[in-house]
Ligand binder design. Structure first.
Ligand code: NAD
Length: 297
């Protein structure tokens, strides 16, 4: 339990993951470009740069918005790869797709640094509760070694295969999550506009074949689920920008093997359109309001 952990990126997910590391007795060195985010975590050691955070660490996490940011942070001019100790384990839990994950893996390997792609599912609720599901790509022995630390933040760890396999797994999951959100919001908007009671419709769906994580826990209609972002003015949660990114990554991955992804593409375009309407920072369940035609930014 005496790992020297560094954690970079303290947003919706990262801040909560760090809180759980602290709860399990770790004292991670942390960094975020936004000072307010840096101040939000108690019991960790705030650092003034990513380089400072990774100094002396043997397990380093990144939880950043996009692949480009991960690339800059790890491989860039001031990238942490130059500062990380040999044989240390670098783990990226962001959703960035398999291509950049493999690029980072190879660059790390060339410097005798071990890299795993370790994207997560479970959202902010899972991050808060420490019940995330980790999907791991890279060397299996590295996965085994770091599993106890991952279990400080998550309930399940799956070794998915070689470098990039964690990312591919995550994209497949989020394809379903994105498409299901669109479908659930469409159905709820249809039913409510045709005069149905939202609660009764939801209760029926949740004991019928239309049920999903979305209808059960992440319901897009405000007031239906106490802890869902929809009930909190669509703030917090998983942003439109990020699901659009993930569906784009899924489409890109599909293109590389010519697999058809009709619904991923349609959903991708929908969320991108919502982005242009200024909804990029809202939780993606705001698709319900968008379809309803009543949009509160
Ligand atoms: P977020 O935007 O809330 O957090 C990202 C954090 O990174 C921010 O605090 C930002 O200030 C920081 N950051 C940006 N550039 C930086 C840099 N150069 N150096 C240091 N910090 C920097 O995003 P999030 O919701 O926490 O998601 C993070 C990643 O996890 C994304 O790839 C997302 O797709 C994925 N993810 C999100 C969820 C979710 O429900 N929110 C669930 C699973 C996976």
């Amino acid at each position: 339990s005496n790992s020297n952990i560094a954690f970079i990126g303290l947003g919706q997910m990262g801040s909560r993951m760090v809180n759980n590391l602290v709860k399990h007795g770790q004292k991670p060195r942390v960094y975020d470009v936004v000072p307010a985010a840096l101040a939000s975590v108690n019991g960790a050691i705030p650092c003034s740069s990513a380089e400072e955070a990774v100094d002396g660490a043997n397990v380093i996490f990144t939880m950043l918005p996009t692949g480009q940011v991960v690339k800059n942070t790890v491989l860039g001019e001031k990238g942490i790869l130059r500062k990380i100790s040999k044989n240390a384990l670098l783990l990226d839990s962001s959703t960035i797709g398999p291509q950049i994950a493999r690029e980072v893996f190879e660059a790390a390997k060339a410097k005798n640094i071990r890299f795993l792609d370790t994207p997560v599912s479970g959202g902010v609720l899972g991050a808060e509760a420490g019940t995330l599901c980790f999907m791991v790509g890279g060397l299996e022995k590295d996965c085994k070694e770091v599993e106890p630390i991952l279990l400080h933040m998550g309930a399940r760890v799956f070794y998915c295969g070689e470098s990039g396999a964690g990312q591919i797994t995550k994209l497949c999951n989020n394809l379903i999550f994105g498409v299901t959100m669109v479908g659930t919001a469409e159905a709820m908007n249809l039913g409510i506009k045709l005069g149905l009671d939202s609660k009764v419709l939801t209760d029926v769906i949740n004991v019928s074949t239309g049920r999903s994580f979305t209808s059960e826990l992440y319901h897009p209609v405000p007031g239906t689920r106490e802890n869902a972002p929809a009930t909190k003015n669509y703030d917090g949660g998983f942003s439109v920008e990020l699901i659009a990114k993930d569906l784009g990554l899924a489409s890109e991955a599909a293109l590389s093997i010519n697999a058809p992804v009709f619904l991923a593409s349609a959903s991708h375009q929908l969320f991108r359109t919502m982005n242009t309407y200024g909804l990029g920072k809202k939780d993606f369940s705001v698709i319900y309001k968008f379809l309803e035609g009543v949009v509160n930014k």
